[in-house]
Ligand binder design. Sequence first.
Ligand code: NAP
Ligand code: 8YV
Length: 322
Amino acid sequence: MSATRIRVLVPGKINQRVIDRLAERFEVVRIESADPVPVSAQMQDVRAIAVSGRVPAALMDALPQLEIIANFGVGYDGVEVGHAAAKGITVSNTPDVLTEEVADTAIGLLLNTLRQLPQAEQWLRRGRWSREGAFPLSPLSLRGRTVGLYGLGRIGLAIAKRLEAFGVSIAYHTRSPREGLAYAYHPTLAGLAAAVDTLVVIVPGTEVTQRTVNDEVLSALGSNGVLINVGRGSTVDEPALIKALRTGVIAGAGLDVFENEPQVPEALMALPNVSLLPHVASASVATRNAMADLVADNIAAWFETGKALTPVPETPFTRRGA
Ligand code: NAP
Ligand code: 8YV
């Protein structure tokens, strides 16, 4: 089948390389956002969506010929995947190509949080080193820590491998233990938090993981405790975290993701014991290019071979008639 005239909808902003790659073979239709749902004759024969953001059920319902949604990102919490599965629409994501980059960033964020490296650089840049002397010693250190991973999938494992080289103890919580690993498994998140002093969140944002890092988990982590979140903001109860950081229930936090991005609570920004990044864990040119290619290649493969390259587990479909 020729793919040249197939119409692909792109709601909202996306990496330019996705547009350039798709435009080589498809007709790309851009709209500002998925809300409100577009109503136009053009929508009647849209067969694919490429997206970095939300695809609500209503958008799927407005596109009668929709076959595939290619998500820019390994996490696809913005796509109502249950609705897509029920309608026989395939959803693809971008696993593996970003794993090492995100793991690198997680380690950087962990060190920044513990050793206050961004604050130390500001001390130098603002002339305080020459005026006032040495930057104060960091109260926290990675030395002697026990790190718990909440999530030990592709990225969690890549973080754990890096942590091994730092000589820290490693434990984890997932729904089912991974075979063949020497890390201590904890069947509950609260149990993991009680056993470690550093908790790294790298689970998907789902209804089940929502706000699971709550008062109880933060209390269990303890007053020397540090929380690092590179998964999704929805997994952490942000007001509970702010309270815990303010009152010394835990010692510090490093966050790349937030509940209501790009809004970050003033109360969080005002805290001295946090290191904050604007969702940049995969944000290098090379990694974002690889993600963009995988989005375009998923759509091309779907129409050429009848199978997406990296469909999500909920939609293991092949194309009708392929
Ligand atoms: P993955 O390979 O699917 O791993 C997910 C891990 O989470 C698995 O170990 C899984 O184990 C565990 N998990 C899932 N649901 C759970 C639950 N309810 N309770 C406990 N554990 C649970 O995914 P990945 O490639 O490592 O990516 C993980 C997530 O990182 C993505 O979904 C995305 O949200 C986030 N991410 C963020 C950035 C960023 O820029 N900050 C970049 C990339 C990815 P079980 O199935 O055994 O529970
Ligand atoms: C991206 C991510 O920043 O892959 C993911 O799940 O969170 C990041 O790599 C995001 O998906 C694109 O905006």
